[in-house]
Ligand binder design. Structure first.
Ligand SMILES: [Zn+2]
Ligand SMILES: [Zn+2]
Length: 235
């Protein structure tokens, strides 16, 4: 009998923005999808057995630094070491925000020696689509003034939800409803402004008993269901 399809999730970092204990958040799915790009990416991909050249798509939830600042060195790898094409999916404004990030990171050299060699496609502001054989939907979540684009992604026979940063409001229940696996932030206990508390994470999990929850984006300490930096989970 065939073994049921399992997703391989490599958690490169699992910390909140200014966590003193954990690296900023990034997850690699099946060696080919990257969910957010918190620093550092390249050494952690190496440690988790992920080939940085094999990433086909990057899903970005929002543009806060703890979700994007691992990307400039990663992009240089894709310019100079392994120039396979890559697609970035994200909120409206994606292309302008990322091009500005590459420019501020590498200065004039970006435009002179790198930009033309970067085989990138930006897909911004779409509510649904298909990329690298994966159907996805984006759901706007409540987080600060910008919000966060959570994703429901069909990978093989599994449906994965990924929140990025969010408060525990109704769109988050919509995001995780009926999914096999949900990677959801759980920043800390008590009052965690514009984020989800551990108490709310536990309540969310109880409302969706058939979904396997993996909590990330922790500030300090740990909570039931949380993953760790450099942990690889098969689900
Ligand atoms: Zn964050
Ligand atoms: Zn944020």
């Amino acid at each position: 009998m065939d073994r049921p399809y399992r997703l391989r999730l490599a958690f490169l970092g699992t910390g909140a923005a200014f966590s003193p204990e954990r690296y900023n958040g990034a997850v690699v799915v099946d060696g080919r999808l990257l969910l957010d790009g918190g620093a550092p990416l390249l050494p952690h991909m190496h440690r988790c057995g992920v080939d940085p050249g094999a990433i086909e798509v990057v899903f970005l939830t929002h543009f806060h630094g703890d979700h994007t600042l691992g990307l400039p060195p990663f992009v240089l790898y894709r310019v100079f070491v392994d120039p396979r094409p890559i697609t970035f999916v994200g909120p409206a404004g994606l292309a302008a925000r990322l091009e500005a990030l590459w420019e501020v990171s590498w200065g004039q050299d970006w435009g002179l020696a790198m930009k033309d060699r970067f085989r990138v496609t930006y897909v911004e502001g779409q509510l649904s689509g298909m990329v690298a054989s994966c159907k996805y939907e984006a759901i706007k979540l409540d987080h600060g003034t910008s919000g966060s684009s959570g994703y429901r992604i069909k990978v093989g026979s599994k449906t994965l939800a990924y929140s990025g940063d969010t408060e525990a409001t109704a769109p988050l229940d919509q995001l995780v409803e009926g999914t096999d696996v949900a990677i959801v932030e759980a920043t800390g206990p008590g009052d965690v402004f514009s984020h989800m508390s551990w108490e709310a994470a536990s309540d969310l999990k109880a409302r969706h008993p058939k979904t396997r929850f993996l909590f990330n984006h922790l500030y300090s300490g740990t909570v039931d269901g949380a993953v760790s930096d450099l942990e690889v989970v098969e689900v």
